[in-house]
Design a protein around this ligand. Structure first.
Ligand code: NOJ
Length: 746
């Protein structure tokens, strides 16, 4: 496969008019000649050891805030110019202390670069990224990243290890919570929005930080959804599904990339020269730098790829990994490798140049302390405007999965039973990767409802835990439910059930929660389950027995008030699923963008592609989400039924709010290419348009289709549209049957 890749890359390189081996600069990385000259001069002053020091990144975790910082091993390395970047050092004060060592005590005074996992907020925590993605609202996603960057930069950070742009089609994988779901097109839009949000217009601004597209590449393809597992996928799947969001992040000017832990078709990504160097750096023209994942260079020994730490350092470095996070192998071996003639010092200069380029762009050489201002930090962290937006963002992330006339709840209600392990739980509200978020700042659902209905009786009972088989809390919960007009259950996964190294084989509600909900439902009262989870759950039973289900994900600091707004109708839910909810684990992987097969699924017919013990369809499809109002959408009308190479088509649909509340619908346009030189998926998302409509209001929404929207990697891997027949679908989810046909004539 490696040879194959190279063949294709060279072909693409030649096609794009640039010689193999020569770096093409991507338009989003125009080189600044002044900076490049400064780097030239600096490189001339640096010893080989100091150069290698710039490639070294270590974590400050556990020794960040105390006065002992200055005496740590790290301080000594900084002084000697052997440490260029740190992660997990938090706060303007702690970062200043270390930066002072770099500036005042190291020979060349090269500023340190501080990185941190600012994944869905720094101190003000937003919904987990999968939840944010459910907003189908790119401006809101960008704004949340903007605020996260503002807080992080105020607390001394220069760089976030985000966005994670891995496409995730296996909900067993714990890291589905960290991305934008299953679809490459939507994933690309979200990747761009997040990069723009973190990086703003200018990296040197005081409220922007460098972003990092991770994990390059195909980390989400881990076999059986087990984190870090082997990835074995076709070249076509790599190009069609996993690479596009990285390309989108690059187009948005992302400053850095992180390599993935996994091997891809036999080669660890930390050694994947074809993809890291030939594709990303040369063909795509990426001008920033690439960091390893935590210890991933050293892990190549366990992979069975490198026999010794020195081999691993050589393989990682040669494969374009500029910065070594935490394995310390570059500092240990690169000098030796240069002396042995296996690495050329010029190659080291190139890696150092990439890192210094980002340090210059961040403005660190002008003022290394520009991000270390404790007064500004205080003003920015948990700033009321940030909290307000965290609430809006949580409202937008919520997806109404089912509603049989239970929601919204009336404000006239006198008594509510609020039950479940998430009902009054601050810690788990924040989800994993909670940055510097603190549980005591999170507002729970119990507090949110109390604020909303100060005069109602709220009967709270936890009922059970997330795990274990203890049912002793059931009696109290049932008693509360008997004495209330309405039952609200807050159930799901704890924060530590999704995220890194948190894969699951069972995707139903863990512990005794299902039993509890079933017992409560037997009371026959109006009942709603609010779900808190970092991945799709298999809740077919719930869909069959509970009248209302609201997906709230892990909603962050302001989750409680946001959910209360939705429950009581102050906010009309409009979120859409960015990932399919299967009925059961056996259906996984299940996603809308699949092929038809020669025997298309028909659950009523024997010899078709189906299961004998379960429907083949999802429980809730990609793009699905209800509202408190209803929308009527017309069959799409086309401006023409065929188009030529330089034409475009307009697709129009009428949408009417047929209910009695104002509402917002995310209209989605999908296209099917009916016949191709390679089989195409049954449909592919091509556009999303949000419309806000008053009750009774109607509007016409238009989508344009250009031949470039129909392009794909054809049989010979050229990216182009092929003439033929197409179907365009428009509607409120990926299952819409509203369609029209057209042809492309070339
Ligand atoms: C490992 C994770 O895979 C990566 O996403 C993260 O950025 C690093 N650790 C640093 O914490």
């Amino acid at each position: 496969m490696a040879k194959n890749f190279l063949r294709i890359f060279l072909a693409v390189t030649l096609l794009s008019g640039c010689k193999a081996g020569q770096q093409a600069n991507h338009p989003s990385y125009p080189l600044d000649p002044v900076i490049e000259k400064k780097i030239d001069s600096l490189l001339k002053l640096m010893t080989l050891e100091e150069k290698i020091g710039q490639l070294n990144q270590l974590s400050g975790m556990g020794e960040l805030t105390g006065p002992s910082i200055a005496s740590s091993d790290h301080a000594q390395l900084i002084r000697q110019g052997l440490l260029g970047s740190m992660l997990n050092v938090n706060g303007a004060k702690a970062t200043r202390q270390l930066q002072e060592i770099a500036i005042n005590e190291s020979r060349l005074k090269i500023p340190l670069l501080f990185g941190y996992d600012v994944i869905h907020g720094y101190k003000t925590i937003f919904p987990i990224p999968l939840g944010e993605a459910a907003s189908f609202d790119l401006e809101a996603i960008e704004q949340a990243s903007r605020i996260a960057a503002t807080e992080a930069a105020a607390a001394g950070q220069h760089w976030t290890f985000a966005p994670m742009v891995d496409i995730a089609r296996d909900p067993r994988w714990g890291r589905v919570m960290e991305g934008a779901g299953e679809d490459p097109f939507y994933g690309s839009l979200v990747a761009k929005a997040r990069v723009k949000g973190f990086q703003g217009k200018n990296l040197a601004d005081k409220n922007t930080i460098a972003a990092c597209a991770k994990h390059f590449v195909a980390y989400g393809g881990a076999m059986a959804g087990r984190d870090y597992n082997t990835v074995d996928i076709s070249e076509r799947t790599l190009y069609e599904v996993y690479l596009p969001p990285f390309q989108a992040a690059l187009d948005a000017g992302v400053a850095t990339f992180m390599v993935a832990f996994n091997e891809l078709n036999g080669i660890p990504m930390s050694a994947h020269k074809d993809l890291n160097v030939d594709l990303l750096k040369k063909t795509w023209g990426f001008g920033g730098f690439m960091v390893s994942d935590w210890g991933s260079v050293g892990e190549m020994i366990a992979h069975g790829y490198s026999a010794t730490p020195e081999d691993a350092a050589l393989a990682g470095f040669k494969a374009g990994v500029d910065m070594d996070m935490e394995s310390r192998l570059y500092v240990a071996h690169l000098k030796n490798l240069v002396e042995k003639g296996l690495v050329n010092e010029k190659e080291i200069d190139e890696a150092v140049r990439r890192i210094l380029r980002i340090k210059f762009r961040l403005g660190l050489f002008d003022d290394p302390f520009r991000y270390c201002d404790t007064i500004y930090e205080k003003e920015m962290l948990l700033n009321p405007r940030h909290l307000e937006f965290a609430k809006i963002s949580a409202c937008k992330s919520m997806v109404l999965l089912k509603n049989q006339e239970v929601l919204p709840l009336s404000r006239e209600i006198k008594s509510i039973a609020l039950i479940g392990p998430m009902a009054d739980n601050q810690q788990d509200m924040l989800g994993t990767w909670q940055g510097q978020g603190e549980a005591h700042h999170a507002i729970t659902l119990l507090s949110g409802i109390k604020q909303k209905l100060p005069h109602a009786r709220i009967l709270y009972a936890k009922g059970c835990d997330f795990t274990g088989n203890d049912k002793t809390g059931f009696a109290e919960a049932l008693n509360a439910a008997r004495n209330a007009e309405v039952i609200v259950v807050a159930a799901g996964e704890s924060a530590m059930m999704s995220g890194e190294a948190l894969s699951r084989t069972q995707l139903d509600l863990p512990g005794m929660q299902k039993d509890l909900i079933i017992e409560l439902s037997k009371l026959g009262k109006p009942m709603v389950v609010v779900l808190f989870n970092g991945r799709p759950l298999t809740i077919e039973w719930m869909d069959q027995s509970i009248p209302a289900i609201l997906e709230a994900w892990l909603p962050g600091t302001m989750g409680g008030p946001a959910i209360a707004d939705v429950l009581f109708g102050d906010y009309n839910p409009s979120g859409k699923l960015p990932i399919t909810f299967p009925r059961n684990v056996g259906q996984i992987p299940l996603f809308y963008y699949h092929k038809n097969t020669g025997r298309p699924t028909n659950d009523a017919q024997r010899y078709t592609s189906r299961y004998i013990d379960s429907p083949s369809t999802p429980l809730y499809p990609f793009g699905y989400g209800l509202s408190y109002t209803t929308f009527e959408i017309s069959t799409p009308e086309l401006s023409a039924t065929s188009m030529g190479p330089s034409d475009s088509l307009l697709v129009s649909v009428k949408i009417k709010n047929t209910g009695n509340r104002k509402g917002s619908e995310a209209l989605q346009m999908y296209i099917q290419d009916k016949f191709g030189s390679v089989n195409r998926p049954v449909r592919e998302l091509k556009a999303i348009k949000r419309v806000d409509l008053e009750p009774g209001q109607e509007t016409v929404v238009k989508f344009a289709i250009h031949p470039s929207d129909l392009a794909f990697y054809t049989a010979d891997m050229t990216f182009k549209a092929e003439p033929g027949e197409f179907v365009v679908f428009v509607g409120s989810d990926s299952n819409t049957q509203l369609q029209a046909g057209f042809s492309l004539k070339l």
